[in-house]
Design a binder for this molecule. Structure first.
Ligand code: GLU
Length: 295
């Protein structure tokens, strides 16, 4: 599980050649924990890193949360539960306010680095419905041709339980599969995958590379809890890894406390946990998405 072997190094080196990259950042990484307000310094570094990737000639997509959290702040609503837990109309209203605010900040920052950003909001229907999926795929392709950076979020304003992805970890992997990306990077509040929860067990060991996503690993994630701000714990990250690796996409989980890890990952440095893409089994994206939450 460590990369002290040359195979691990080779897998890392190969990340230099990745051409189409999806980066996901969660609400907790974008906010100041003390106040819940946006951390502009972090957002600035994030946008600079993404623009630099673009300047390296990569196609870049950002999947970002923060709509509901920002909306709550803007309209001073203390308690809006996350998707699937009631208060639906209030949550959706907060998302409508927050998504616009989030984009306003991103647009300003991307413009400062001379890049054009676009907004794409999705629900499960975008993937499950053949015409919607075809349209979404074509829109992304066209945006890449135009050199634009798509910024994606769940369409929280209209999504209800039946049509929501529910978390942006899975959404980012689904987007990566839809657009045939070759690398997905999840920026999280944890360094990567451990053999157990490091906050509870000091013996927990860090896992640098996962070449085969076993059922045992998938089970391990189920017991982990997420942060209080976003909706993603380790379970959703492992589901994202399943979607990505089954679609032959490499995925890295890395800590968002230093967003500059993004270019280091692309330089082949040994950062976070790397899940190696692997397309041994047939994977049907629309079918997978249609059956999400059906258990
Ligand atoms: N889509 C939600 C938002 O933008 C967050 C989902 C998540 O954190 O995974 O607020």
């Amino acid at each position: 599980m460590t990369e002290n072997n040359s195979i691990g190094k080779i897998f890392r080196e190969q990340l230099r050649d990745r051409k189409r990259i999806v980066v996901k950042i969660g609400s907790s990484s974008l906010q100041h924990p003390e106040t819940g307000d946006l951390d502009y310094t972090k957002m600035d570094v994030l946008v600079r890193e993404l623009c630099d990737m673009r300047n390296r000639g990569k196609d870049v997509v950002l999947v970002t949360s923060g709509a509901i959290a920002l909306g709550k702040k803007a309209v001073r609503v203390e308690e809006v539960k996350h998707p699937g837990h009631g208060h639906m109309a209030l949550k959706q209203a907060c998302a409508a306010v927050g998504q616009a605010r989030l984009m306003m900040t991103y647009q300003k920052l991307f413009a400062e680095y001379n890049q054009v950003a676009a907004q794409i909001l999705m629900t499960k229907n975008t993937i499950v419905d053949n015409l919607n999926r075809y349209n979404a795929h074509n829109t992304f392709s066209e945006l890449f041709k135009l050199g634009v950076i798509p910024i994606v979020n769940e369409n929280d304003t209209v999504a209800t339980y039946e049509i929501e992805f529910g978390d942006n970890d899975s959404l980012s992997a689904i987007v990566a599969a839809l657009i045939e990306a070759d690398l997905l990077i999840l920026l999280s509040d944890i360094d990567g995958l451990y053999t157990d929860d490091p906050r509870k067990n000091q013996q927990a060991e860090f896992i640098e590379i996962v070449e085969e996503l076993s059922d045992e690993l998938m089970e391990m994630g189920k017991s982990s809890t997420g942060s209080s701000v976003g909706t993603g714990g380790m379970n959703t990250k492992l589901i994202a890894a399943k979607i990505a690796t089954s679609s032959n996409i490499d995925m890295v989980i890395a800590n968002s406390k230093d967003i500059k890890v993004l270019h280091r990952i692309l330089d082949g440095q040994n950062i976070g946990t790397l899940f190696v893409g692997n397309k041994k089994n047939y994977f049907d994206l629309p079918e997978f998405v249609a059956n999400m939450h059906s258990d």
